[in-house]
Design a protein around this ligand. Structure first.
Ligand code: LHQ
Length: 258
């Protein structure tokens, strides 16, 4: 059985982590398959938004600890440089919006992969755990970058050091994620969000993402120049023409993604 399931539906590249019996914990095969699927989403013009979810009860329990223990444990150096770092890099450089639908527990690298996505929503039964300190590790997969920016330095330090479990509602209230949905509406509502994004001006969303990425290490004055540069690119897209024409003609726009 494939560790990653993938389908394209209504412009959405739907990626499902598929090791439900192990709470979708990562082994090398799944990490490489996720990278390959993200690459496919990047180049396939039919895909205009990406939706990442876990199969079964959990979203993802991070690294499969069975792979780093036992007779022939995988090396940490390989795990970060070949498994997780390329996943986070692909998500942030993806010129399309990535929605993470956290269906259940998200722990360790599983939590931080979620936080690297553009819009993170969760089922009311989901939870988030910076589980690393509990096994004597430091947060990886971009956690020390994203979490303090999302919730503030103090909360990030406490969450990472204590390794406490947060409910989806707590995570939404502190700005760690965008929204939580009641369980029976979660999949429909989160897919609706991805569908909405897939019908939007994809190039403008990619440039928005590029500007947000840049803001992480920029000052206001450099960022104003950067916005100027990217806005001039956005203004040359057909979707901009369509958006303005539709507004003037009092009709709904039909964006093609370029
Ligand atoms: C698992 C796992 C798991 C294997 C649940 N592995 N089987 C980077 C650098 C290099 C090396 C290390 O890692 C990293 C990045 C990281 O991600 S480090 C953090 C690794 N993850 C964790 O430490 C989390 C470990 N899991 C847990 O704390 C709990 O399982 C959580 C809180 C996720 C869920 O708790 P429960 O709801 O009580 O479920 P459970 O513990 O009963 O787990 C269900 C099954 O999933 C169980 O299998 P079994 O056959 O006994 O039913 C677990 O063994 C398996 N599982 N996480 N990471």
């Amino acid at each position: 059985m494939s560790t990653i399931q993938f389908e394209i539906k209504e412009g959405i590249g739907i990626i499902r982590l598929n090791r439900p019996e192990k709470y979708n914990a990562f082994i090398r095969e799944m990490a490489l398959a996720l990278q390959a699927t993200l690459d496919q989403c990047e180049v396939d013009e039919e895909v205009r938004a990406i939706y990442l979810i876990g199969n079964g009860k959990a979203f993802c329990a991070g690294q499969d600890l069975g792979e780093v223990t036992g007779e022939n444990p995988a090396s940490f150096e390989v795990i970060l440089s070949e498994h997780y770092n390329p996943i986070i890099t692909r998500i942030r450089k993806m010129p399309k919006p990535v929605v993470c639908a956290v269906n259940g527990v998200a722990a360790g690298a599983g939590a931080n992969i979620a936080l690297s996505c553009d819009i993170v929503v969760a089922s009311e039964h989901a939870s988030f755990i910076q589980a690393f300190s509990k096994i004597g590790l430091i947060p990886d997969s971009g956690g020390t970058f994203f979490l303090p920016r999302l919730v503030g330095f103090q909360r990030a330090a406490a969450l990472m050091m204590l390794g406490e479990k947060l409910t989806a509602e707590e995570a939404a209230n502190m700005g760690m994620i965008y929204k939580s949905f009641v369980a029976d509406q979660f999949e429909a509502e989160s897919l609706k969000l991805a569908k909405q994004l897939a019908q939007m001006p994809t190039k403008a969303l990619a440039l928005t993402k590029q500007a947000l990425n840049n803001s992480m290490h920029s000052n206001l004055f450099d960022q104003l120049l950067y916005e100027d540069k990217l806005q001039n690119i956005a203004a040359r897209t057909s979707d901009y023409q369509e958006g303005v024409n539709a507004f003037m003609e009092k009709r709904n726009p039909s964006f093609k993604g370029n």
